[in-house]
Design a protein around this ligand. Structure first.
Ligand SMILES: NC(=O)c1ccc[n+]([C@@H]2O[C@H](COP(=O)([O-])OP(=O)(O)OC[C@H]3O[C@@H](n4cnc5c(N)ncnc54)[C@H](OP(=O)(O)O)[C@@H]3O)[C@@H](O)[C@H]2O)c1
Length: 334
């Protein structure tokens, strides 16, 4: 077993996780989100390296490549004879991507498919994924999606139940129900967007495990505005491109990679249990550990803040939520 990065408590649960977590969305090949394909052999090679890395937590979802991310993880787990000692795989239960069905029955079906694809009989952590695609009342109803996960926990199929999604006010409403032991927020607590600040604060106060996903805003803060002009799974707009170029210039002056600042913006926050970084190449594992430990002079942080960041929802125009959920937007900080 490799030496893991220092482990910390996963909220109030007995699980212990590293401050970095491997995000397996790109490994499922999701060109609609990332604008590139990831071939199976590349993904399998990356996953084999993940299970020798000092990062003990992997994050996937039933919906990533509609099962492809889990299927690929499952291939490597079968090669290894199961989940190697010390590693944890967190997945997420999803709506039916074709029909939109987000019922309790569908969530049970989703978990059953995850177990089958991953080739395991238990899951330590399952998140309810992207409930912004349904009505709060339906997700929390008797016999609904939340109850289905809680039942699976009572049956011992799931160790712990979490909540993962986008709109901040909606996520707050869910965690306040007290049903969830962990939270994933994404793209909303980065150098470019701080709208999840109150959510992270509340979740930390409640003692939830807080996972901050997409520290690179889905890639632009790692690859740069010229190489990858996409943000939060869409083409980056002019404001974002200008801000990223300013951030790049500050980091260049201080001889640090922008990716190091973007990653440590999250990892240095004591309220955040683990930061989820999406990757699809073997070399990313060593790069990620190095970026997390690159010294950043303290005077750089206020300079990065002064570039400005948004406080509204970065995905407000991405989904047609058909009126199921309307997220609030706040003023931009320029
Ligand atoms: N609703 C939810 O629960 C939710 C939503 C979003 C994300 N997530 C989770 O969080 C994870 C992270 O989010 P994300 O993948 O969307 O975005 P992200 O972590 O902000 O960025 C991922 C992108 O950064 C690139 N990258 C990573 N390390 C790099 C490095 N050292 N140098 C250059 N490029 C690098 C990856 O490229 P390569 O592919 O080339 O390695 C990929 O294109 C997801 O994979 C998923 O597991 C959950």
């Amino acid at each position: 077993m490799p030496t893991f990065l220092p482990l910390r408590a996963f909220g109030k649960t007995p699980l212990r996780v590293t401050p970095l977590c491997i995000g397996c969305a790109p490994l499922g090949s999701m060109p609609e989100a990332f604008a590139y394909d990831v071939a199976e052999e590349q993904a399998l090679g990356t996953l084999r390296a993940c299970f020798q890395s000092p990062i003990n937590l992997l994050d996937t979802a039933a919906s990533y490549g509609d099962g492809e991310s889990e299927r690929r993880i499952g291939i490597v787990l079968r090669e290894l004879g199961g989940v190697p000692s010390g590693y944890l795989i967190a997945t997420k239960a999803d709506r039916d991507l074709k029909t939109g069905d987000f019922s309790g029955t569908q969530i049970k079906r989703s978990v059953e498919r995850s177990l089958r694809l991953l080739g395991v009989d238990k899951l330590p952590i399952v998140f309810l994924h992207d409930p912004e695609h349904a009505r709060f009342e339906d997700i929390m109803a008797k016999g609904g999606a939340t109850e289905a996960l809680v039942k699976l926990k009572e049956q011992g199929v799931i160790g712990h139940v979490g909540m993962a999604g986008g709109p901040v006010d909606l996520m707050l409403r869910y965690i306040e129900t007290g049903f969830f032991e962990a939270l994933i927020t994404h793209n909303r607590y980065t150098l470019l967007n701080r709208s999840a600040e109150p959510l992270i604060e509340k979740a930390a106060q409640m003692g939830l495990a807080v996972l901050n996903a997409a520290p690179y805003g889905s890639g632009i803060l790692a690859k740069g505005a010229d190489a990858y002009p996409r943000y939060a799974y869409q083409a980056a707009d002019a404001v974002i491109l200008e801000r990223v170029r300013k951030l790049e210039a500050i980091c260049k002056r201080h001889k640090i990679p922008l990716a190091a600042a973007a990653l440590q913006f999250s990892t240095r926050d004591p309220r955040i249990t683990s930061t989820i970084i999406g990757l699809s190449r073997v070399e990313r594992l060593a790069e990620t550990v190095e970026l997390a430990h690159t010294p950043i002079p303290p005077e750089v942080w206020p300079l990065l803040d002064a570039v400005g960041f948004a406080q509204d929802d970065p995905e407000a125009n991405r989904w047609n939520l058909r009126g199921v959920h309307v997220s609030s937007s706040r003023e931009k900080n320029d």
